[in-house]
Design a protein around this ligand. Structure first.
Ligand code: 6R9
Length: 676
């Protein structure tokens, strides 16, 4: 079985290493940057751990200041800002009112360009978060520590719902809007949520999508699994007009927009939370079928995303910032909602697909709203680059900084981003991090470090990465060898645990490289990220991709096991293996190999049902590019499916030695099928 402790074997990482040239930030950028102290890495050297992180805590407003920056007495359950008390919604909203009440917190840009955009000032946000928090408390009975599942599209009501939970001290669990009702149900069940917040529908690619129907599926499946959902709270995409044809269930479903009139002007006293109280759960894919609930803290997480938004994204109060990620992923949580709001920034929430109704929509929005910080993924950049009628030159915008996140970016794509979108003047940060890490781990500091296409850069200040081989030996910089990237030290943004599964937490991230499980010294507990990486002699890390059974499709993490289990629900399917196939647009996409039960005849209809099973179980992002129906899957003698061999076939790579397989002859058959 795939085991979360199994790291990469370095021999498996065959990379052709090719050094790229450097690019320097322009003087005008350096002059205005938040972080331009050349001594920063010296101040944040590992010998000064953990005290240097006190500076991050100072960026927040505390009800009670912490007694201790870091408590490492129970590894790897690190505690940050121990003794401190604060509320995240106060830090993101209330504290800006005195000087920035009328400043835009968010611009909501509907997908349809004819629909008016909305400006939500900090005062508006304050009012709406308080009113909705009052509704959650007094109507839905939400209390501190309760989990609340939020399944919503990209609309302003999504961060409002999150911040209302934070105000009450409830733990939000946001499910990406594109996920299916079943995926939502799984998360409701695991987090034991009694409340689901959703929306009637939304627009994507010009089409109205009925979203409420997913809530019905989610609640029904949750009930079947014994998890009772008390109330479904539905925001209306068109306030005052319920726009879904899915009927409301009496006594369970409630229209938020109607209820809110009872709470007009309500104010909710923010809960004073311990720094260590959880702020949210975010489910992410692991090597096994079940997504894991990554648990983030209030004080440590918020301080970390605030500091990195300031230092790496270089957000100033006067900037207009646009991150194209979905709030339903960690990038949206950290770098649309919590980091930017904590700094009092103005940022954009865009409802739809960036290419609607034309390829130049992002530049049109940038010009209209004066965006000067632009944050997106390699997949979106590749999409723009492949669009025929793209013409950024026609638009009057000026980006000072651009971000890439989510997958490795090919140097060619990086250069195109730099020259064409950034016009040779925007600094690029390639930020490597994960759901679990809360915020950035590797990136250049934009005013201090040169950029190198295809490499994320060194650890951000205070983060000390290292690459280990399978035996735990450090791989030296410039050796040209790949290995497992780990972080030597804890940091405030790191996950606290996996919800209800602390053992899995310890095993997954610390199982392989912990030097001594009895040790109380953080130095013996490096964090294993699960990515392969190489370290160049200049100290820059180049990320090679996941080493476990996780595929990265357009920057979204999908567990191979999750897809496989969806397919295995079909009676006709015997075995299934998902692999990551190279794709020009999305980086990698799933391809599926299945073997059928005896006497089942392959057909297009069956292949289609297999695809449908994945789409309805997980969502359209998981749609396999190809379903190969094969007589058998290559397996080791212990019965482990050799996905690596299938991946080599799909990607037209050298297959290597197959003689140790239990069924080597099948490799040839599959190879011929795929090549024909
Ligand atoms: C933030 C986010 C995490 C995985 C991560 C890695 C890949 C993220 C990257 C990158 C190369 C970058 N990844 N950023 N690979 N360069 N700049 O994406 O979180 O959804 O949890 O995915 O994404 O493989 O391990 P998450």
């Amino acid at each position: 079985m795939a085991d979360e402790q199994t790291g990469v074997s370095e021999t498996e990482i065959a990379v052709h290493w090719h050094e790229e040239e450097y690019y320097s930030p322009p003087e005008s950028f350096i002059q205005q940057a938040n972080l331009k102290d050349p001594e920063i890495r010296e101040k944040f050297r590992i010998e000064n751990f953990p005290d240097y992180f006190a500076e991050y805590g100072e960026l927040l407003q505390w009800d009670r200041k912490w007694d201790q920056v870091f408590d490492g007495s129970n590894p790897p359950f690190w505690r940050w800002f121990v003794g401190g008390r604060l509320n995240a919604s106060v830090n993101c909203i209330d504290r800006h009112l005195a000087s920035n009440r009328n400043k835009a917190a968010f611009y909501f840009v509907p997908e349809n360009p004819d629909e008016m955009r909305q400006v939500i000032t900090y005062q508006d946000l304050y009012v709406r978060v308080n009113e909705f928090a009052a509704l959650l408390r007094d109507f839905a009975g939400v209390k501190k520590g309760d989990r609340v599942t939020i399944h919503m599209p990209m609309v302003a009501e999504l961060p409002i719902a999150m911040l209302a939970c934070a105000r009450l001290g409830a733990i939000h669990s946001v499910v990406f809007g594109g996920f299916s009702g079943q995926a939502c149900a799984d998360r409701i069940i695991d987090s034991e949520s009694h409340i689901l917040i959703t929306m009637d529908g939304y627009y994507r690619s010009g089409k109205w999508l009925n979203h409420k129907e997913k809530a019905d599926v989610a609640v029904e499946r949750a009930e079947q699994a014994g998890q009772h959902v008390d109330k479904v709270l539905i925001f209306e995409r068109h306030p005052g007009r319920y726009s879904s044809d899915t009927p409301l269930t009496e006594g369970r479903d409630f229209i938020v927009n109607e209820l809110l009139s009872q709470f007009r002007g309500a104010r909710v006293e923010p809960e004073s939370m311990k720094a260590e109280d959880p702020l949210f759960l975010m489910y992410t894919s692991g090597s096994t079928g079940k997504p894991k609930g990554v648990q983030h803290s209030t004080g440590g997480y918020l301080s970390y995303v605030t500091a990195t938004s300031k230092n790496i994204l270089d957000i100033h109060p006067e900037d207009v910032y646009w991150c194209m990620a979905d709030i339903g992923w960690i990038t949206g949580h950290s770098y649309i909602v919590y980091g930017p709001l904590s700094l009092g920034a103005s940022s954009i929430i865009y409802e739809g697909v960036p290419s609607y109704p034309h390829a130049n929509r992002p530049f049109e929005i940038a010009e209209e709203l004066g965006v000067n910080i632009f944050h997106t993924s390699p997949t979106a950049i590749r999409g723009l680059r492949m669009a025929k009628d793209i013409n950024p030159q026609k638009y009057n915008y000026h980006f000072k900084l651009m971000v890439t996140v989510g997958e490795p970016i090919e140097p060619d794509v990086w250069r195109w981003y730099y020259h064409v979108i950034g016009r040779d003047e925007a600094v690029i940060v390639d930020t490597w991090w994960q759901t679990e890490t809360g915020g950035f781990l590797c990136s250049t500091v934009p005013a201090l470090d040169k950029m190198k296409p295809g490499s994320a850069g060194p650890g951000v200040p205070g983060i000390h990465p290292v690459i280990f081989d399978d035996e735990g030996h450090e791989i030296q910089a410039g050796s040209g060898r790949g290995g497992n990237i780990c972080i030597r030290n804890p940091w405030p943004g790191t996950l606290q645990t996996i919800w209800k599964d602390p053992e899995r937490f310890v095993r997954t991230y610390y199982g392989k490289y912990c030097k001594n499980p009895d040790s109380k010294d953080w130095r013996d507990w490096p964090y294993m990220a699960g990515d392969g990486a190489m370290l160049a002699s200049d100290g820059y890390f180049r990320i090679l991709g996941r080493i476990d059974d996780v595929i990265n499709v357009a920057g979204h993490r999908l567990g191979t096991k999750e897809l496989e289990s969806a397919v295995l629900r079909l009676d006709e399917v015997a075995e299934a293996a998902v692999i990551a196939a190279q794709d020009d647009l999305k980086g990698t996409v799933p391809e599926l190999y299945v073997s059928l039960q005896p006497n089942v005849v392959p057909s297009d209809e069956l292949s289609q049902r297999i695809v449908n099973a994945i789409v309805s179980e997980i969502g359209p992002i998981a749609r396999p590019r190809k379903v190969w129906i094969v007589p058998d899957l290559p397996k080791t003698r212990s019965g482990k499916i050799m996905r690596r061999i299938l991946a080599s076939i799909s990607n037209n790579k050298e297959i290597g030695d197959v003689t140790t397989l239990a069924n080597p002859e099948v490799v040839d058959t599959i190879h011929q099928l795929v090549r024909s």
